[in-house]
Design a protein around this ligand. Structure first.
Ligand code: PLP
Length: 428
């Protein structure tokens, strides 16, 4: 008898390229059959065979309060009953903007969009429009969505497929994209010395989560801030993943650095499509209808999606939310490291807020090249052993993992027990 997931995968491949609507879901790098998910609740989801998994991807970040949180579901139901979308402004959008500006003080004005890709793409256009310059700086292994000029030496799904630059992006489009090494301040200084007056912006994941988890050094981000100010370039923090994930005020609150523009996504939609870009009011004044930088969206600020996002933003402001989330995530990282050590497996783990990284290497990587040197074959083995045991990790050695507020001590302990068994088997 064939597994229902296999049947669904075969069926999906007939009408959808590779059977999936986003490449990493296809399990290409880890091999095997993707699980087709039928429902989720709290820290768990269930596949087509009704097998339960402890979920450590949380919809790739958004599910920070756990899946199908009753208050989020209720808000969505209430909003849906009032109408699914109007293409005209609503009070909910104002509330959402007010909430974002309150929680992230560098954001004085914000525009809602529907995906992280749109947020970074629009932020880039804004930076170019405001400065009248073309060149942008990005860092190898950072992923900022799939806009043309950002699909160069990117992370996430492109890394997973072993091809960090996409086909179909004309050379002409990327001639203005300068790609530098993450955490290399000297290279950044040198680049600004040569090209400074032409650089519209620097875009960075201040905590990188698309080449596994790699933290920026404070000095790297400080250098970036100083150079952008000195040369009149716009500093864009892409906090689509780390915003409201590593801390309530995002990575910028941890590093105490004020970017000019921030891109947000994932958590601010609470599982539905909401993303945003915002920052200095004088820069945002360049956006249409006020200014000459155009950007728009039929579904931007959709009332049902905004209801999910707004409720999620309220829930994460509960007292000690991030203290508890960080503690659970660091318990997971420490427990997995200890389990590997006992089994004699070369492995380490790191975490920040509710985000974690697992590395089959001796040391925690600090750069793209160090990350690439880790053992992805070992990761793939570990991934499948854990999957078989009912623990769903990201199906790629290059993705970060996510813990939700519903991952309590018992869930973390159960995960570590399965990891101990998996590591022992790997050494067997
Ligand atoms: N920026 C970062 C840092 C991301 O992690 C992602 C997606 O994972 C994006 C941008 C793109 O967001 P979306 O997939 O919503 O287009």
């Amino acid at each position: 008898m064939t597994d229902k997931n296999e049947n669904l995968f075969l069926r999906a491949q007939k009408t959808t390229p590779g059977g999936v609507n986003s490449p990493v879901r296809a399990f290409r790098s880890v091999g095997g059959t993707p699980r087709f998910i039928q429902r989720a609740e709290g820290p768990y989801f269930w596949d087509a065979e009704d097998r339960r998994y402890i979920d450590y991807i949380g919809s790739w970040g958004p599910a920070i309060v756990g899946h199908a949180h009753p208050m989020v579901v209720k808000a969505v139901q209430d909003a849906a009953a009032r109408g699914l979308g109007f293409g005209a402004p609503t009070e909910g959008e104002i509330e959402m903007a007010e909430e974002i500006c309150k929680l992230v003080p560098s954001i004085e004005q914000v525009r809602l969009v529907s995906s992280g890709t749109e947020a970074t793409m629009s932020a880039l256009r804004l930076a170019r429009g405001a400065t009248g310059r073309d060149k942008i700086i990005k860092f190898e292994g950072c992923y900022h969505g799939h806009a043309d000029s950002l699909l160069v030496k990117a992370g996430s799904g492109l890394l997973t497929l072993g091809n960090p630059t996409s086909a179909g992006v004309p050379e002409d489009f990327i001639q203005h994209t300068l790609v530098l090494d993450y955490n290399n301040s000297q290279q950044l200084e040198d680049c600004f010395k040569t090209h400074g007056k032409d650089i519209a912006c620097v875009i960075v994941e201040p905590v990188a989560g698309n080449m596994n988890l790699i933290k920026a050094t404070p000095e790297f981000l400080q250098t970036m801030r100083r150079l952008c100010t000195e040369y009149g370039s716009v500093l864009i923090f892409d906090e689509v993943m780390c915003g409201f994930r590593v801390a309530l005020g995002g990575a910028q609150s941890l590093y105490e650095i004020k970017p000019d523009i921030t891109a947000l996504g994932k958590i601010i939609g609470g599982g539905l499509p909401v993303a945003a870009f915002g920052g200095r009011a004088d820069l945002m004044a360049n956006m249409a209808p006020l200014g000459r930088v155009y950007q728009a969206g039929t579904l931007s600020g959709n009332p049902v999606a905004v209801a999910a996002g707004l409720t999620t933003l309220k829930l994460i402001q509960e007292p000690d939310f991030y203290t508890k989330l960080s503690l659970q995530t660091s318990k997971l990282a420490a427990g997995l490291s200890e389990a590997a050590r006992k089994a004699g497996i070369t492995f380490c783990a790191d975490s920040v807020g509710g985000m974690f990284g697992l590395y089959f290497s001796k040391e925690i990587p600090t750069s793209y090249s160090e990350m690439m040197a880790s053992d992805s074959t070992k990761f793939n083995r570990f991934f499948h052993l854990m999957l078989d045991a009912g623990v769903y990790l990201a199906p790629s050695a290059f993705e970060a993992g996510f813990v939700s507020a519903q991952h309590d001590d018992q869930i973390i302990a159960a995960t570590i027990i399965e990891a101990e068994k998996a590591f022992l088997q790997m050494n067997g």
